[in-house]
Design a protein around this ligand. Structure first.
Ligand code: 8DG
Length: 148
């Protein structure tokens, strides 16, 4: 508990990996973890003295065996959600470039889905607002990419 009686803020970095067909990667949380079976964006907890970008680079390597570079991580949006025992603050990055073959290192299921199709997947409560906002945000990102 903080001095104001509020919840601990947990910082988690997540990434929307986007393929050449503009599909997004979601991964299914393995059995045994909290929120098991729900589909989420790859990422994980930011450790003490770690930047969100470094945490994401580390997690993407551990979970999926891919290498992403810091300049390839584009800040996109964030989630902020009160779970019963902590408050989740989750910066969400977009990334179109990575190296290495994508492999589910933790036995998690992977799915590539269009942004509009996210609503068909059961995701953690913190991700619910993203189902609404990501299609438009990714369209804007695509338009700005086309201009450079
Ligand atoms: N990666 C990720 N985590 C999410 C999303 N939505 C959401 O509520 N979360 C929550 C679930 C967990 O409480 C937390 C991430 O913690 P985690 O347990 O997956 O992270 P980790 O790999 O660092 O954990 P650990 O098993 O090493 O302790 O954030 C999401 O879209 N992606």
């Amino acid at each position: 508990m903080g001095h104001d009686g509020g919840k601990r803020v947990m910082l988690v970095a997540a990434c929307v990996l986007i393929d050449a067909q503009d599909r997004l990667l979601i991964t299914q949380r393995p059995e045994g973890k909290p929120l098991a079976g729900l589909w989420e964006f790859p990422g994980g907890k930011v450790e003490r003295h770690e930047t969100p970008e470094a945490a994401l680079i580390r997690e993407l390597k551990e979970e999926l065996g891919i290498a992403v570079s810091e300049p390839g991580l584009i800040p996109l949006t964030f989630a902020s959600h009160a779970y019963p025992s902590f408050h989740l603050l989750m910066p969400v990055y977009a990334c179109r470039r990575w190296q290495g073959d994508m492999t589910a290192h933790e036995g998690q299921a992977l799915a590539w889905v269009g942004a509009e199709a996210l609503s068909a997947y059961a995701m953690p409560p913190a991700d619910e607002p993203l189902k609404e906002t990501l299609p438009g945000l990714l369209r804007l990102l695509g338009e700005s990419d086309a201009g450079d």
